[in-house]
Design a protein around this ligand. Structure first.
Ligand code: GLN
Length: 456
Protein backbone atom coordinates (compact mmCIF):
# COMPACT_ATOMS: atom_id res chain seq x y z
CA UNK A 1 0.00 0.00 0.00
CA UNK A 2 1.42 3.41 -0.91
CA UNK A 3 0.68 5.64 2.07
CA UNK A 4 1.20 9.39 2.41
CA UNK A 5 4.60 10.49 3.73
CA UNK A 6 6.65 13.65 3.87
CA UNK A 7 7.60 12.98 0.24
CA UNK A 8 4.19 11.88 -1.12
CA UNK A 9 1.35 14.08 0.09
CA UNK A 10 -2.14 12.81 0.85
CA UNK A 11 -3.57 15.75 -1.09
CA UNK A 12 -1.67 14.71 -4.21
CA UNK A 13 -2.76 11.09 -3.82
CA UNK A 14 -6.40 12.07 -3.45
CA UNK A 15 -6.26 14.56 -6.32
CA UNK A 16 -4.76 11.94 -8.61
CA UNK A 17 -7.42 9.42 -7.65
CA UNK A 18 -10.22 11.92 -8.28
CA UNK A 19 -8.74 12.88 -11.64
CA UNK A 20 -8.56 9.24 -12.67
CA UNK A 21 -12.12 8.64 -11.49
CA UNK A 22 -13.23 11.45 -13.81
CA UNK A 23 -11.08 10.24 -16.68
CA UNK A 24 -12.77 6.84 -16.53
CA UNK A 25 -16.27 8.28 -16.17
CA UNK A 26 -17.57 6.27 -19.15
CA UNK A 27 -17.10 3.03 -17.15
CA UNK A 28 -19.81 4.21 -14.71
CA UNK A 29 -17.79 3.11 -11.70
CA UNK A 30 -18.98 5.69 -9.18
CA UNK A 31 -22.49 6.69 -8.17
CA UNK A 32 -21.08 9.83 -6.54
CA UNK A 33 -17.68 11.36 -5.85
CA UNK A 34 -16.70 12.62 -2.43
CA UNK A 35 -14.41 15.40 -3.58
CA UNK A 36 -14.74 18.06 -0.90
CA UNK A 37 -14.61 15.75 2.11
CA UNK A 38 -11.76 13.74 0.62
CA UNK A 39 -9.59 16.79 0.00
CA UNK A 40 -10.33 18.19 3.46
CA UNK A 41 -9.32 14.91 5.07
CA UNK A 42 -6.19 14.68 2.94
CA UNK A 43 -5.11 18.10 4.18
CA UNK A 44 -5.64 16.97 7.77
CA UNK A 45 -3.44 13.92 7.15
CA UNK A 46 -0.70 16.05 5.63
CA UNK A 47 -0.88 18.34 8.68
CA UNK A 48 -0.43 15.36 10.98
CA UNK A 49 2.58 14.17 9.01
CA UNK A 50 4.09 17.65 9.13
CA UNK A 51 3.64 17.78 12.91
CA UNK A 52 5.23 14.37 13.29
CA UNK A 53 2.01 12.74 14.55
CA UNK A 54 1.05 9.18 13.60
CA UNK A 55 -1.23 9.48 10.54
CA UNK A 56 -2.30 5.82 10.62
CA UNK A 57 -1.51 2.64 8.71
CA UNK A 58 -3.62 3.78 5.74
CA UNK A 59 -2.58 7.42 5.80
CA UNK A 60 -4.02 9.25 2.81
CA UNK A 61 -4.87 6.06 0.90
CA UNK A 62 -7.80 6.80 -1.43
CA UNK A 63 -10.45 4.09 -1.54
CA UNK A 64 -13.82 3.37 -3.14
CA UNK A 65 -16.78 2.54 -0.90
CA UNK A 66 -19.39 0.15 -2.24
CA UNK A 67 -22.55 2.21 -1.97
CA UNK A 68 -24.31 -0.13 0.42
CA UNK A 69 -22.05 1.02 3.29
CA UNK A 70 -23.58 3.81 5.37
CA UNK A 71 -21.66 6.98 6.01
CA UNK A 72 -22.90 10.55 6.48
CA UNK A 73 -20.70 11.84 3.61
CA UNK A 74 -23.16 12.06 0.71
CA UNK A 75 -26.10 9.73 0.12
CA UNK A 76 -26.02 5.97 0.69
CA UNK A 77 -28.13 4.67 -2.18
CA UNK A 78 -27.48 0.91 -2.36
CA UNK A 79 -27.80 1.71 -6.10
CA UNK A 80 -31.58 1.90 -5.71
CA UNK A 81 -34.18 4.56 -6.31
CA UNK A 82 -35.80 3.87 -2.96
CA UNK A 83 -32.63 4.81 -1.02
CA UNK A 84 -31.31 7.40 -3.50
CA UNK A 85 -32.20 10.33 -1.19
CA UNK A 86 -30.83 8.63 1.95
CA UNK A 87 -28.42 10.79 3.92
CA UNK A 88 -27.22 8.35 6.55
CA UNK A 89 -26.95 9.51 10.17
CA UNK A 90 -24.56 6.66 11.03
CA UNK A 91 -21.20 5.35 9.88
CA UNK A 92 -20.57 1.67 9.25
CA UNK A 93 -18.08 0.15 11.71
CA UNK A 94 -15.79 -1.00 8.87
CA UNK A 95 -15.69 2.55 7.49
CA UNK A 96 -14.90 3.91 10.94
CA UNK A 97 -11.99 1.51 11.34
CA UNK A 98 -10.54 2.27 7.89
CA UNK A 99 -10.79 6.01 8.37
CA UNK A 100 -9.28 5.87 11.84
CA UNK A 101 -6.16 4.57 10.09
CA UNK A 102 -6.25 7.48 7.65
CA UNK A 103 -7.96 5.95 4.58
CA UNK A 104 -9.89 8.46 2.47
CA UNK A 105 -13.11 7.62 0.61
CA UNK A 106 -13.05 9.33 -2.78
CA UNK A 107 -16.35 7.99 -4.08
CA UNK A 108 -19.21 5.56 -3.75
CA UNK A 109 -18.96 2.61 -6.07
CA UNK A 110 -21.78 1.22 -8.20
CA UNK A 111 -23.42 -2.15 -7.48
CA UNK A 112 -26.50 -4.16 -8.35
CA UNK A 113 -29.31 -2.53 -6.37
CA UNK A 114 -29.26 -3.99 -2.84
CA UNK A 115 -26.42 -6.26 -4.06
CA UNK A 116 -28.86 -8.50 -5.94
CA UNK A 117 -27.03 -9.67 -9.03
CA UNK A 118 -23.90 -10.95 -10.72
CA UNK A 119 -23.19 -8.22 -13.27
CA UNK A 120 -23.93 -4.71 -11.83
CA UNK A 121 -26.60 -4.39 -14.51
CA UNK A 122 -29.36 -4.27 -11.87
CA UNK A 123 -28.24 -0.83 -10.68
CA UNK A 124 -30.72 2.05 -10.81
CA UNK A 125 -27.72 4.11 -12.01
CA UNK A 126 -26.93 1.89 -15.00
CA UNK A 127 -24.31 -0.84 -15.51
CA UNK A 128 -20.57 -0.60 -14.84
CA UNK A 129 -18.31 -1.72 -17.68
CA UNK A 130 -15.60 -4.35 -17.42
CA UNK A 131 -12.06 -3.03 -17.03
CA UNK A 132 -10.69 -5.26 -19.81
CA UNK A 133 -13.52 -4.98 -22.34
CA UNK A 134 -16.10 -2.21 -22.24
CA UNK A 135 -18.68 -4.36 -24.02
CA UNK A 136 -18.69 -6.79 -21.10
CA UNK A 137 -20.04 -6.78 -17.56
CA UNK A 138 -17.97 -5.79 -14.55
CA UNK A 139 -19.38 -8.73 -12.61
CA UNK A 140 -21.42 -8.20 -9.53
CA UNK A 141 -22.73 -7.16 -7.33
CA UNK A 142 -19.61 -5.15 -6.35
CA UNK A 143 -18.79 -4.23 -9.98
CA UNK A 144 -17.85 -0.59 -9.33
CA UNK A 145 -15.43 -1.53 -6.53
CA UNK A 146 -13.64 -4.16 -8.64
CA UNK A 147 -13.22 -1.89 -11.66
CA UNK A 148 -12.04 1.04 -9.49
CA UNK A 149 -9.15 -1.12 -8.25
CA UNK A 150 -8.48 -2.79 -11.61
CA UNK A 151 -8.10 0.58 -13.35
CA UNK A 152 -5.78 1.80 -10.56
CA UNK A 153 -8.07 4.63 -9.55
CA UNK A 154 -7.83 3.55 -5.92
CA UNK A 155 -5.58 1.15 -4.03
CA UNK A 156 -8.46 -0.71 -2.47
CA UNK A 157 -12.24 -0.85 -2.38
CA UNK A 158 -14.80 -2.29 -0.01
CA UNK A 159 -17.27 -4.96 -0.99
CA UNK A 160 -19.97 -7.22 0.39
CA UNK A 161 -20.26 -10.90 -0.50
CA UNK A 162 -23.54 -12.71 0.04
CA UNK A 163 -23.04 -15.31 -2.68
CA UNK A 164 -20.00 -14.21 -4.65
CA UNK A 165 -20.28 -10.44 -5.00
CA UNK A 166 -16.64 -9.81 -4.13
CA UNK A 167 -14.99 -12.87 -5.65
CA UNK A 168 -16.75 -12.93 -9.01
CA UNK A 169 -16.16 -9.27 -10.00
CA UNK A 170 -12.57 -9.63 -8.71
CA UNK A 171 -12.06 -12.57 -11.08
CA UNK A 172 -13.73 -10.68 -13.97
CA UNK A 173 -11.28 -7.78 -13.55
CA UNK A 174 -7.99 -9.41 -12.54
CA UNK A 175 -7.73 -8.22 -8.94
CA UNK A 176 -7.74 -9.89 -5.51
CA UNK A 177 -11.13 -10.19 -3.81
CA UNK A 178 -11.50 -11.64 -0.34
CA UNK A 179 -14.61 -13.01 1.36
CA UNK A 180 -13.73 -13.58 5.03
CA UNK A 181 -15.21 -16.15 7.42
CA UNK A 182 -18.78 -15.17 8.32
CA UNK A 183 -18.68 -12.82 11.31
CA UNK A 184 -15.07 -11.66 10.95
CA UNK A 185 -15.89 -8.02 10.10
CA UNK A 186 -18.84 -6.12 11.54
CA UNK A 187 -21.85 -5.68 9.25
CA UNK A 188 -23.12 -2.76 11.31
CA UNK A 189 -24.07 0.09 9.00
CA UNK A 190 -24.12 -2.02 5.85
CA UNK A 191 -27.41 -2.43 4.00
CA UNK A 192 -28.49 -6.01 4.69
CA UNK A 193 -29.11 -8.46 1.86
CA UNK A 194 -29.21 -11.93 3.48
CA UNK A 195 -28.09 -11.69 7.09
CA UNK A 196 -26.94 -15.30 7.45
CA UNK A 197 -24.56 -15.15 4.47
CA UNK A 198 -23.58 -11.45 4.14
CA UNK A 199 -19.93 -10.63 4.81
CA UNK A 200 -17.75 -7.55 4.39
CA UNK A 201 -14.50 -7.82 2.44
CA UNK A 202 -12.15 -6.02 0.06
CA UNK A 203 -10.63 -5.68 -3.39
CA UNK A 204 -6.88 -5.11 -3.63
CA UNK A 205 -3.92 -5.51 -5.96
CA UNK A 206 -2.07 -7.91 -3.64
CA UNK A 207 -2.52 -10.44 -0.85
CA UNK A 208 -0.29 -8.23 1.32
CA UNK A 209 -2.67 -5.29 1.06
CA UNK A 210 -5.58 -7.61 1.80
CA UNK A 211 -3.85 -8.84 4.94
CA UNK A 212 -3.35 -5.27 6.14
CA UNK A 213 -7.03 -4.38 5.62
CA UNK A 214 -8.15 -7.56 7.36
CA UNK A 215 -5.90 -6.93 10.33
CA UNK A 216 -7.44 -3.48 10.69
CA UNK A 217 -11.11 -4.43 10.26
CA UNK A 218 -11.45 -7.87 11.87
CA UNK A 219 -12.93 -8.06 15.33
CA UNK A 220 -15.96 -8.12 17.57
CA UNK A 221 -18.39 -5.21 17.46
CA UNK A 222 -21.04 -4.74 20.15
CA UNK A 223 -23.28 -3.32 17.41
CA UNK A 224 -23.24 -6.61 15.45
CA UNK A 225 -24.03 -9.64 17.58
CA UNK A 226 -22.82 -12.05 14.87
CA UNK A 227 -19.22 -10.80 14.96
CA UNK A 228 -16.47 -13.11 16.20
CA UNK A 229 -13.77 -12.05 18.66
CA UNK A 230 -10.63 -11.10 16.70
CA UNK A 231 -9.11 -14.44 15.81
CA UNK A 232 -7.54 -13.00 12.66
CA UNK A 233 -4.64 -11.25 14.31
CA UNK A 234 -4.05 -14.23 16.60
CA UNK A 235 -3.92 -16.97 13.95
CA UNK A 236 -0.79 -19.14 14.25
CA UNK A 237 1.08 -19.82 10.99
CA UNK A 238 0.24 -23.10 9.30
CA UNK A 239 2.21 -25.22 6.89
CA UNK A 240 -0.09 -25.82 3.90
CA UNK A 241 0.56 -29.11 2.10
CA UNK A 242 -2.66 -30.57 0.76
CA UNK A 243 -4.85 -28.79 -1.79
CA UNK A 244 -8.25 -30.22 -2.66
CA UNK A 245 -9.81 -30.01 -6.11
CA UNK A 246 -13.45 -30.88 -6.68
CA UNK A 247 -14.05 -33.59 -9.29
CA UNK A 248 -17.54 -32.41 -10.26
CA UNK A 249 -16.37 -28.93 -11.20
CA UNK A 250 -14.33 -30.29 -14.11
CA UNK A 251 -17.21 -30.54 -16.57
CA UNK A 252 -18.25 -29.14 -19.94
CA UNK A 253 -20.37 -26.38 -18.38
CA UNK A 254 -17.13 -24.73 -17.28
CA UNK A 255 -15.34 -22.67 -19.96
CA UNK A 256 -12.27 -24.51 -21.32
CA UNK A 257 -9.98 -21.59 -20.49
CA UNK A 258 -11.03 -21.73 -16.85
CA UNK A 259 -10.44 -25.48 -16.69
CA UNK A 260 -7.02 -24.92 -18.26
CA UNK A 261 -6.19 -22.20 -15.74
CA UNK A 262 -7.11 -24.54 -12.89
CA UNK A 263 -4.96 -27.33 -14.31
CA UNK A 264 -1.93 -25.10 -14.72
CA UNK A 265 -2.34 -23.72 -11.19
CA UNK A 266 -2.56 -27.28 -9.87
CA UNK A 267 0.71 -28.11 -11.67
CA UNK A 268 2.33 -25.07 -10.14
CA UNK A 269 1.21 -26.16 -6.68
CA UNK A 270 2.53 -29.67 -7.26
CA UNK A 271 5.88 -28.30 -8.32
CA UNK A 272 5.96 -26.33 -5.06
CA UNK A 273 5.57 -29.60 -3.18
CA UNK A 274 1.82 -29.56 -2.49
CA UNK A 275 -0.15 -32.77 -2.56
CA UNK A 276 -3.32 -32.58 -4.69
CA UNK A 277 -6.35 -34.32 -3.21
CA UNK A 278 -9.36 -35.14 -5.39
CA UNK A 279 -12.60 -34.42 -3.58
CA UNK A 280 -15.99 -35.91 -4.16
CA UNK A 281 -18.59 -33.40 -2.96
CA UNK A 282 -21.95 -34.60 -4.29
CA UNK A 283 -24.07 -32.23 -2.15
CA UNK A 284 -22.61 -29.12 -3.76
CA UNK A 285 -24.85 -29.53 -6.79
CA UNK A 286 -27.80 -28.57 -4.57
CA UNK A 287 -26.14 -25.42 -3.26
CA UNK A 288 -27.48 -23.08 -5.94
CA UNK A 289 -31.07 -24.20 -5.37
CA UNK A 290 -30.60 -23.94 -1.61
CA UNK A 291 -29.10 -20.46 -1.95
CA UNK A 292 -31.94 -19.19 -4.14
CA UNK A 293 -34.45 -20.25 -1.49
CA UNK A 294 -32.67 -19.09 1.69
CA UNK A 295 -31.33 -15.81 0.32
CA UNK A 296 -34.65 -14.53 -1.14
CA UNK A 297 -36.34 -15.54 2.14
CA UNK A 298 -33.94 -13.32 4.08
CA UNK A 299 -34.07 -10.62 1.40
CA UNK A 300 -37.85 -10.40 1.60
CA UNK A 301 -37.60 -9.92 5.34
CA UNK A 302 -34.72 -7.40 5.21
CA UNK A 303 -36.34 -5.29 2.49
CA UNK A 304 -39.70 -5.05 4.24
CA UNK A 305 -38.44 -2.04 6.23
CA UNK A 306 -38.34 0.11 3.09
CA UNK A 307 -41.97 1.12 3.15
CA UNK A 308 -41.92 4.79 2.19
CA UNK A 309 -42.55 5.83 5.80
CA UNK A 310 -39.22 5.51 7.57
CA UNK A 311 -36.59 5.81 4.87
CA UNK A 312 -35.77 8.02 1.92
CA UNK A 313 -38.04 7.87 -1.16
CA UNK A 314 -41.84 7.95 -0.95
CA UNK A 315 -44.21 7.92 -3.91
CA UNK A 316 -46.24 11.13 -3.81
CA UNK A 317 -49.33 10.08 -5.75
CA UNK A 318 -50.69 7.52 -3.28
CA UNK A 319 -54.29 7.79 -2.10
CA UNK A 320 -54.05 5.89 1.19
CA UNK A 321 -51.52 4.09 3.40
CA UNK A 322 -51.62 0.77 1.56
CA UNK A 323 -51.14 2.70 -1.65
CA UNK A 324 -48.06 4.48 -0.18
CA UNK A 325 -46.48 1.11 0.53
CA UNK A 326 -47.26 -0.46 -2.79
CA UNK A 327 -46.50 2.54 -5.02
CA UNK A 328 -43.26 3.36 -3.16
CA UNK A 329 -42.05 -0.21 -3.31
CA UNK A 330 -43.14 -0.79 -6.88
CA UNK A 331 -41.43 2.38 -8.00
CA UNK A 332 -38.39 2.24 -5.72
CA UNK A 333 -37.17 -1.32 -6.24
CA UNK A 334 -35.56 -2.75 -9.36
CA UNK A 335 -37.20 -5.77 -11.06
CA UNK A 336 -34.61 -8.15 -9.56
CA UNK A 337 -35.34 -6.85 -6.04
CA UNK A 338 -39.04 -7.46 -6.58
CA UNK A 339 -38.41 -10.93 -7.97
CA UNK A 340 -36.53 -11.86 -4.81
CA UNK A 341 -39.15 -10.36 -2.52
CA UNK A 342 -41.79 -12.47 -4.28
CA UNK A 343 -39.74 -15.69 -4.19
CA UNK A 344 -38.91 -15.05 -0.54
CA UNK A 345 -42.50 -14.53 0.48
CA UNK A 346 -43.49 -17.62 -1.45
CA UNK A 347 -40.97 -19.96 0.18
CA UNK A 348 -41.81 -18.61 3.63
CA UNK A 349 -45.58 -18.78 3.22
CA UNK A 350 -47.43 -21.28 5.41
CA UNK A 351 -48.26 -23.74 2.63
CA UNK A 352 -44.72 -23.92 1.26
CA UNK A 353 -42.44 -23.29 4.25
CA UNK A 354 -41.80 -26.98 4.95
CA UNK A 355 -41.41 -27.95 1.33
CA UNK A 356 -38.94 -25.19 0.43
CA UNK A 357 -37.47 -23.16 3.28
CA UNK A 358 -37.15 -25.90 5.87
CA UNK A 359 -35.84 -28.40 3.35
CA UNK A 360 -33.29 -25.86 2.10
CA UNK A 361 -32.06 -25.31 5.66
CA UNK A 362 -31.57 -29.06 6.09
CA UNK A 363 -29.67 -29.25 2.82
CA UNK A 364 -27.56 -26.31 3.97
CA UNK A 365 -26.49 -28.32 7.01
CA UNK A 366 -25.46 -31.18 4.70
CA UNK A 367 -23.35 -28.78 2.65
CA UNK A 368 -21.63 -27.51 5.80
CA UNK A 369 -20.93 -31.11 6.86
CA UNK A 370 -19.54 -31.96 3.43
CA UNK A 371 -17.02 -29.11 3.67
CA UNK A 372 -16.02 -30.17 7.19
CA UNK A 373 -15.29 -33.67 5.89
CA UNK A 374 -13.37 -32.27 2.94
CA UNK A 375 -11.16 -30.24 5.27
CA UNK A 376 -10.15 -33.43 7.07
CA UNK A 377 -8.50 -34.47 3.80
CA UNK A 378 -7.00 -31.17 2.68
CA UNK A 379 -5.91 -27.75 3.99
CA UNK A 380 -7.48 -25.60 1.27
CA UNK A 381 -9.71 -26.19 -1.75
CA UNK A 382 -8.97 -24.61 -5.13
CA UNK A 383 -11.85 -24.09 -7.58
CA UNK A 384 -12.94 -21.67 -10.29
CA UNK A 385 -14.89 -18.64 -9.06
CA UNK A 386 -17.44 -18.76 -11.86
CA UNK A 387 -18.00 -21.08 -14.83
CA UNK A 388 -17.28 -18.34 -17.42
CA UNK A 389 -15.16 -15.23 -17.80
CA UNK A 390 -16.98 -11.86 -18.04
CA UNK A 391 -20.01 -12.12 -20.31
CA UNK A 392 -21.44 -9.47 -22.65
CA UNK A 393 -23.51 -6.58 -21.29
CA UNK A 394 -27.19 -7.41 -21.87
CA UNK A 395 -26.49 -11.10 -22.52
CA UNK A 396 -28.14 -12.48 -19.38
CA UNK A 397 -30.03 -9.57 -17.90
CA UNK A 398 -33.41 -10.74 -19.18
CA UNK A 399 -32.79 -14.35 -18.28
CA UNK A 400 -32.56 -14.52 -14.47
CA UNK A 401 -31.95 -18.28 -14.37
CA UNK A 402 -28.91 -18.09 -16.63
CA UNK A 403 -27.66 -15.20 -14.46
CA UNK A 404 -28.19 -17.28 -11.29
CA UNK A 405 -26.28 -20.19 -12.87
CA UNK A 406 -23.17 -17.99 -12.93
CA UNK A 407 -23.17 -18.19 -9.12
CA UNK A 408 -22.95 -21.97 -8.93
CA UNK A 409 -19.35 -22.05 -7.69
CA UNK A 410 -19.43 -19.07 -5.36
CA UNK A 411 -22.63 -19.54 -3.32
CA UNK A 412 -21.79 -22.82 -1.50
CA UNK A 413 -18.98 -21.04 0.33
CA UNK A 414 -21.39 -18.45 1.74
CA UNK A 415 -23.88 -21.09 2.83
CA UNK A 416 -21.08 -22.67 4.86
CA UNK A 417 -19.66 -19.34 6.11
CA UNK A 418 -16.14 -20.14 4.86
CA UNK A 419 -13.35 -17.76 3.87
CA UNK A 420 -12.35 -17.64 0.21
CA UNK A 421 -9.86 -15.59 -1.77
CA UNK A 422 -10.38 -14.90 -5.45
CA UNK A 423 -6.96 -14.51 -7.02
CA UNK A 424 -6.04 -13.47 -10.54
CA UNK A 425 -4.40 -16.24 -12.59
CA UNK A 426 -4.02 -14.78 -16.07
CA UNK A 427 -6.09 -13.96 -19.10
CA UNK A 428 -7.98 -15.58 -21.95
CA UNK A 429 -6.61 -15.18 -25.45
CA UNK A 430 -9.01 -12.23 -25.85
CA UNK A 431 -7.55 -10.51 -22.81
CA UNK A 432 -10.34 -11.27 -20.34
CA UNK A 433 -9.32 -11.85 -16.73
CA UNK A 434 -9.37 -15.29 -15.16
CA UNK A 435 -9.60 -15.98 -11.46
CA UNK A 436 -9.59 -18.97 -9.13
CA UNK A 437 -10.64 -19.16 -5.51
CA UNK A 438 -8.80 -20.60 -2.57
CA UNK A 439 -11.24 -21.77 0.09
CA UNK A 440 -10.33 -22.67 3.66
CA UNK A 441 -12.00 -23.85 6.85
CA UNK A 442 -13.61 -21.26 9.10
CA UNK A 443 -11.10 -18.87 10.67
CA UNK A 444 -8.28 -19.87 8.31
CA UNK A 445 -8.43 -16.40 6.70
CA UNK A 446 -4.95 -15.34 7.72
CA UNK A 447 -3.43 -18.57 6.44
CA UNK A 448 -5.20 -18.30 3.10
CA UNK A 449 -3.69 -14.87 2.58
CA UNK A 450 -0.28 -16.06 3.75
CA UNK A 451 -0.43 -18.94 1.27
CA UNK A 452 -1.47 -16.57 -1.52
CA UNK A 453 1.54 -14.38 -0.74
CA UNK A 454 3.78 -17.40 -1.16
CA UNK A 455 2.17 -18.28 -4.48
CA UNK A 456 2.72 -14.83 -5.96
N1 GLN B 1 -24.81 -13.05 -7.46
C1 GLN B 1 -25.33 -13.47 -6.22
C2 GLN B 1 -26.77 -13.07 -6.10
O1 GLN B 1 -27.26 -12.48 -6.98
C3 GLN B 1 -24.53 -12.92 -5.08
C4 GLN B 1 -24.84 -11.53 -4.70
C5 GLN B 1 -24.01 -11.05 -3.56
O2 GLN B 1 -23.06 -11.70 -3.14
N2 GLN B 1 -24.39 -9.91 -3.02
O3 GLN B 1 -27.41 -13.34 -5.14
Amino acid sequence: MQIATKEVSAVDMVKTALEKAKRFENYNIFISLNEENALRKAKEIDEKIKKGENPGRLAGVPYALKDNFLNPEGNSTAASKILEPLGSPITATAVEKLEKEGAIMIGRANLDAFAHGSSTENSYFGPTKNSKDEARVAGGSSGGSAVAVALDIVQFATGTDTGGSIRQPASFNGVFGFKPTYGTISRYGVVAMASSTDVIGFFTKSADDMDLLMSICAGQDPKDMTTLPDYYNQTPAKDVKRIGVIKDFDNDKVAPEIREALKSEVKKLESKGCEIVELDMPTLKYALAVYYIIVPAEVSSNLSRYDGIRYAYRSDDAKDLADVYSKTRNDGFMPENKRRIMIGNFVLSSGFYDAYYLKAQKARTKIIEEYSKAFEKCDFILTPVAPNPAFKLGEKVNDPVSMYLEDVMSVPINLAGLPSLSLPVGETKDGLSLGLQLIGPRRSDKNILAFAKELA
